[in-house]
Design a protein around this ligand. Structure first.
Ligand SMILES: Cc1ncc(COP(=O)(O)O)c(C=O)c1O
Length: 366
């Protein structure tokens, strides 16, 4: 077997399952927990993650597109898989063939699917304020029309409505006004359909933040993404732990003198004798140039500052005063430093850093 080169990530299945079970306990028996495993399970590897979660009892997975869903089916996942995005009509036959669930974003889309003459299961997406996908219902005055649209979809022969959902735009915000408004609109639709005996199946709206903040919004299912991977975006007493750690190898070591510069564009100059180590991770691995001169790695309890422009396949760190050697590994994030540090330095969110971890990084499941 080839020895691991360059950089690798470890993914703790035990931690993943611990996080999943924390949500199961939080929402209780009457609410399902959907695991959101789109974008390769936020960079963690959707097949391995879904297999572990299915074994732990998860019965619902959420993905962005058909390819992601088929990948899971081909890997042997038997649970329900909801596709959040629009599937092209040319591919609707695969929704049936692979026993998937399609999101319906409008009556027009539903009609087009119906005209294909292929039976599919579907969840109807109501846009209550995200303005991304779904039937436009931003104000209470839009509700009546949305209910009419829903009823028209319900009459179509080939669409079996299995659920109805909305997605919050601002669930992390301490100001909860907008989330509460979205919820009120969604809940009014759900309750009206119920009263009129129109079957709407599973109703869901809460992502990680809403699930942690608003127990009344859990309904029949919650859709948990970032919380599963250990990075809740809101304060919580529930123990949610990071699942992934990332390590990179020391490729070379240079003893530099004052006035030597480091890397492209010469954005770092040495002012005194320094040991500069080359670390085998770069922007092609998802370690982005934006972290140039603005991040650190961990080595044997030392904080090694990143110095000089991050390259495609490598970057340099100041390892002065350590006994670092070629072939050693440094922690990019893990036990001693979280992804949140990198996200903060990049002025972004943990989601983006995790999803960006490149294909070249070996994922090791423990
Ligand atoms: C439709 C939908 N539901 C749920 C989620 C999960 O959100 P989070 O990762 O914040 O829990 C996402 C992620 O963006 C989503 O697009």
């Amino acid at each position: 077997m080839i020895k691991l080169e360059r950089a690798y990530a470890t993914i703790s299945k035990d931690t993943l399952i611990h996080n999943y079970q924390a949500f199961e306990t939080l929402v209780g028996q009457d609410t399902l927990v959907m695991s959101v495993v789109k974008a390769d399970a936020y960079g963690h590897g959707s097949i391995e993650v879904s297999k572990a979660l299915e074994q732990a009892g998860c019965t619902y997975f959420g993905v962005a597109c058909l390819e992601e869903a088929i990948e899971l089916r081909n890997a042997g996942i038997k649970a329900n898989i909801l596709i959040f995005g629009r599937t092209d009509l040319a591919n609707i036959k695969y929704i049936h063939e692979y026993n998937l669930i399609q999101t319906i974003i409008s009556y027009e889309y539903a009609l087009e699917i119906d005209e294909c003459g292929i039976d599919i299961d579907a969840h109807i997406n109501i846009d209550t304020g995200m303005s991304r996908l779904g039937i436009y219902t931003h104000e209470e005055s839009d509700i009546e029309n949305t209910i009419l649209e829903f009823r028209k979809i319900a009459k179509l022969d080939h669409i079996n409505i299995e659920g109805i959902y909305t997605h919050f735009a601002d669930a992390d915000n301490v100001d909860d006004t907008f989330t509460k408004k979205q919820f009120k609109i969604f809940n009014t639709i759900v309750q009206t359909l119920k009263k009129d005996h129109v079957c709407h199946g599973i109703c869901h709206c809460a992502n990680t933040s809403a699930t942690l903040r608003f127990p009344e919004m859990k309904l029949s299912m919650v859709r948990i993404g970032i919380g599963l991977y250990g990075y809740p975006q809101v304060k919580t007493n529930i123990e949610l732990l990071p699942v992934m750690s990332l390590y990179a190898e020391v490729e070379d070591i240079h003893h530099l003198k004052p006035n030597d510069s480091v890397s492209y564009v010469r954005r770092y100059y040495v002012t005194e004798n320094k040991t500069i180590a080359t670390i085998a991770i770069g922007y092609a691995d998802g370690y982005l140039r934006g972290s140039t001169n603005n991040d650190y790695f961990i080595y044997n309890g030392h904080k090694l500052e990143e110095v000089g422009t991050i390259c495609m396949d490598a970057c340099m760190v100041d390892a002065t005063g350590t006994n670092i050697k070629i072939g050693d590994y440094v922690e990019v994030f893990g036990e001693n430093k979280t992804v949140s540090v990198i996200a903060k330095h990049l002025n972004t969110i943990e989601y983006e850093v995790l999803c960006g971890i490149g294909k070249r990084i070996h994922r090791i499941y423990k």
